[in-house]
Design a protein around this ligand. Structure first.
Ligand code: ZN
Length: 422
């Protein structure tokens, strides 16, 4: 297995910082073993610069490390990849993420006893889940190093869950490290008080060349396909891989990019809206159906549904509450999957209008969608920069509206009308 940071594409500065921190963390453990036990320096009230000052040679071994981190960056930039790699680097027994030792391997494989990765499946992370997590995080690490709790999509914490987390971050157990992932440090994403206790690691949108390189090296994808997919995915590594590998994903993208051509009138605009919504629903359903059925079967087996004895039906009646709870969770996950699918479509569409805009401005940048560049060029001529910008803004406004809980169909219909009228 290569170095644990190998998959963090195009993020050299962040990787350097995380390596320094992992080295400092290892020094803390060594000092602790020698019974000089320095505590981690907490980041206090926005004054994160204080903790960043490591002297040459590491005068204070604790200075490079802190117990709470936030990884920010656009979707696909690798926030959760960074969190997992850093967790591995902290558990690495050879260095700062060698990728070979048991600490690295089990963390990367998701089986390390002292690393918990929270991936919310629904629209938010609830307070009960967070309390349980905080409790476990306070226990002594069984491997003798660190308890690491990584929370993907920390922007989806409920307020109560955020408060439970804040308490743990404010009074951290000595060997616990919290890694949060969020799109940004905007107060909508992460509360100001949590942010003030964390060190922020900003990730950037990786350049298409770096994404293409990793697709070729790691996934064995042909260079020309990798180049095309990396550009079309607009720096989203996972999306680029799917486009390169999955013909269904390519078909869905083509259907989305056919939208601008189809907007010939009001009726067509509403039809296009329906088609987009239904495609997102179908994609989401395909992605969750299998998991739903497997979960239900597992729960029913656990509750005795597989049995034929007289007790079995009684057990099922008593378990109605548990099944209901499962259904609720699955419904929340389905909604989330639909929104994610719709958002991917909107990002593709935004790329098209961005291409039209840059062409109208004669900006010397490569198009996002090489395969619809001619169509975008025609749009640029017809709409001018101003018209292209208005259309781009309509797509972005639709994304924000859906994020602000406007019903997707209503937001998409309004967008399609705006795209048609200009
Ligand atoms: Zn290692």
């Amino acid at each position: 297995m290569p170095d644990v940071f190998a998959d963090l594409v195009g993020q050299d500065e962040a990787v350097a910082e995380l390596r320094r921190a992992a080295a400092a963390a290892a020094a803390v453990l060594r000092a602790g073993a020698a019974d000089r036990a320095p505590a981690l320096i907490a980041v206090g009230d926005g004054d994160s610069a204080l903790a960043d000052e490591t002297g040459p040679g590491g005068v204070d071994p604790a200075a490079g490390m802190t117990h709470a981190w936030i990884f920010t960056g656009p979707p696909g930039s690798g926030r959760s990849v960074a969190a997992r790699a850093f967790a591995a680097a902290l558990q690495c027994v050879h260095g700062t993420g060698c990728g070979e030792c048991p600490g690295c391997r089990t963390t990367m494989g998701g089986t390390h006893a002292d690393v918990r990765l929270v991936v919310p499946e629904g629209l938010s992370i609830g307070v009960n889940e967070m309390r349980a997590l905080v409790l476990r995080a306070a226990t002594t690490p069984s491997g003798g190093r660190w308890q690491v709790v990584a929370i993907e999509d920390a922007d989806r914490l409920t307020e109560a869950a955020g408060n439970a987390l804040l308490k743990a971050i404010e009074e951290p157990p000595p060997r616990t490290v919290f890694l949060l992932c969020a799109p940004s440090t905007h107060p909508d994403d992460v509360s100001v008080t949590i942010r003030s206790r964390c060190r922020v690691v900003p990730l950037r949108q990786p350049p298409a060349t770096a994404v293409a390189e990793v697709l070729v090296r790691r996934d064995g994808i042909a260079p020309d396909v990798a180049q095309w997919a990396a550009a079309a995915a607009q720096g989203h590594v996972g999306r680029a891989r799917r486009l390169a590998r999955d013909p269904e994903a390519r078909k869905r993208r083509e259907a989305v990019l056919a939208v601008p051509r189809r907007l010939t009138g009001v009726g067509a605009a509403f039809d296009a809206a329906s088609a987009l919504i239904e495609a997102a629903e179908a994609e989401a359903e395909a992605s969750v159906t299998e998991a739903d059925a497997a979960e239900r079967a597992a729960l029913e087996t656990a509750l005795g549904a597989g049995g034929t004895g007289r007790g079995a039906s009684g057990a099922i009646r008593g378990a109605a509450g548990q099944l209901k709870e499962l259904e609720k969770r699955q419904k929340s996950r389905a909604t989330r999957a639909q929104r994610d699918a719709l958002d991917r479509a909107l990002v593709d569409l935004a790329g098209f209008y961005r291409d039209a805009l840059t062409m109208a401005l004669r900006a010397p940048v490569a198009p996002v969608h090489t395969d619809t560049a001619a169509l975008a060029g025609a749009g640029a001529q017809k709409w001018d920069a101003e018209g292209a910008l208005r259309r781009l803004e309509a797509v972005l406004a639709c994304r924000s509206a859906i994020e602000a809980n406007v019903k997707p169909r209503i937001a998409v219909e309004a967008m399609m009308l705006a795209l048609w009228k200009g």
